[in-house]
Design a binder for this molecule. Structure first.
Ligand code: BG6
Length: 463
């Protein structure tokens, strides 16, 4: 493994939400574990800030804090205030890198945690001013969303492949670095019991929830140009959908997996969409008064394959909601009624919970003890973190993979393009009918009503 101390990691957008909540904590964790003081982080930000300010922002997101280690980490971290559209900034950045890297050789990783509109210009100047050498081990990581629609994603891809070699471009989606997301494939294809049931003979519908309680005041200006479709549905939610819906790959290897994911995304289309915005969103700094950007979406997808004919894949994602819940739920058909007088009313469910806890639950109906014919649903659960208390956080996995030059951490462009093809039409019309909801509620009433009408939905999950 290439050691962290041989890497210079340059974060463009070092005081933004992503860097503060995820990237810097992930690097600190790696730094602490590797106990080396040669590792360098260079943070590039628009605003001037001190190390103390940085610490106060990052501290709540550190899993463990040790003052001595943090001081060492800061000694190896350098910050520069620049405008990413100005070539002079890159001259100054290059000088800083040269100073920092004196007597060190190793790889450079530029992480673009800046607005997507700056990706091309940042990549171009990074190469022009020798921050990144083309055809070297240097990499540039581009956060999602990769583009704003299929056309701009294609333009971005073309522009970047003219600037960099293909293996220098890393398209990140941190959901793919989550342990439980990776596990979906293994659950499906290393257990004989699931595959025979994984189709429209047995499954009524699939629900993918990305519900978040957090609101957007700290990143509203950027979010307003994205909305929920570009922020999480085009990337995270459709990645989950493709892992659940794809046909069995020949091998559990990247190429086969990608081919199946692309094939299933090509067959997926949105058939129904409800958009919402939480009340108060328009008051956030950076949001236009007349904005119609959705902070919530409930979309239904149809997948045109024999396996999934008539099985709705429902995706629900939003901010300012009543729950923090990332999960995939496969709801099976209602069992045949063979009891008199009562029949089981609950559908079996397989729930893959990604957050806040990682666990699998399979709910089955059993007879209530000492009562004839009374059926109750119970959950057979496996609590992931009870057995393995530590699972590395996703951004740490991303950095480790890039440092070790594991290319599979990058989402293939063809997958990204297919995902844009699915959401593009809905994004064009998302502002037309937007329903408002209270912060802390389950979303717009219209979405609740829609969910309530889905056969097999449990009352408790749509309140
Ligand atoms: C990011 C989105 O990609 O994913 C955020 O930009 C969202 O809006 C986040 O909150 C969710 O990630 P996680 O790992 O907390 O589920």
């Amino acid at each position: 493994m290439q050691q962290l101390h041989n890497s210079t990691i340059i974060i463009l957008g070092a005081t933004g939400d992503l860097a503060v909540k995820n990237l810097i904590p992930a690097l600190y964790e790696l730094f602490v574990e590797q106990t080396t003081i040669n590792f360098s982080l260079i943070g590039v930000a628009q605003n001037n800030f001190s190390s103390a300010e940085l610490l106060s922002k990052v501290r709540p997101f550190l899993a463990q804090f040790n003052q001595e280690k943090w001081d060492l980490f800061l000694q190896n971290s350098f910050f520069i205030t620049t405008d990413l559209t100005d070539p002079k900034s890159y001259i100054a950045l290059e000088k800083l890198i040269i100073n920092v890297e004196t007597n060190k050789t190793g790889s450079r990783i530029v992480y673009c945690a800046c607005p997507p509109q700056l990706f091309i210009i940042a990549a171009r100047y990074c190469v022009q001013y020798k921050i990144i050498e083309k055809l070297s081990s240097h990499k540039i990581v581009f956060e999602k969303p990769f583009g704003m629609d299929a056309t701009s994603a294609q333009e971005l891809h073309t522009a970047l492949t003219n600037i960099l070699a293909a293996d220098q471009i890393i398209r990140a989606d941190h959901y793919l670095a989550k342990e439980l997301v990776e596990t979906v494939t293994y659950l499906r294809f290393t257990n004989e019991i699931f595959e025979p049931l994984w189709n429209n003979n047995h499954i009524e519908y699939v629900l993918i929830n990305l519900k978040e309680m957090v609101t957007l005041e700290n990143r509203a200006a950027l979010y307003d140009s994205l909305g929920v479709m570009r922020d999480v549905i085009q990337s995270h939610a459709l990645q989950l959908l493709s892992l659940v819906a794809m046909e069995a790959p020949l091998k559990l290897e990247d190429q086969s997996l990608h081919a199946e994911k692309i094939a299933i995304l090509k067959k997926t289309q949105i058939t129904h969409a409800i958009f919402g915005q939480y009340i108060g969103y328009k008051t956030h700094k950076g949001v236009k008064q007349e904005t119609s950007t959705p902070t919530y979406a409930l979309i239904t997808c149809a997948i045109d394959t024999p396996r999934w004919e008539k099985v709705p894949f429902i995706i629900q994602a939003g901010k300012g909601l009543d729950k923090q819940e990332t999960e995939i739920k496969l709801v099976f058909k209602k069992p045949l009624c063979r009891l008199t007088p009562g029949c089981p009313i609950f559908h079996n469910e397989l729930i893959i919970k990604i957050a806040p806890q990682s666990e699998f639950t399979f709910s089955i109906n059993i007879k209530k003890p000492a009562v004839n014919d009374e059926i109750v649903p119970i959950g057979l659960s496996f609590c992931y973190h009870c057995m393995w208390p530590y699972t590395p956080q996703a951004y740490r996995v991303i950095f480790e993979n890039i440092i070790q030059d594991i290319q599979s951490i990058s989402v293939p462009f063809a997958e990204i393009l297919e995902a844009w093809n699915i959401v593009d039409t809905s994004i064009k019309t998302q502002g037309n009918d937007i329903y408002f909801y209270n912060i802390g509620s389950s979303g717009p009433v219209q979405a609740t009503e829609y969910l309530q009408a889905v056969p097999g939905i449990r009352k408790g999950e749509v309140k």
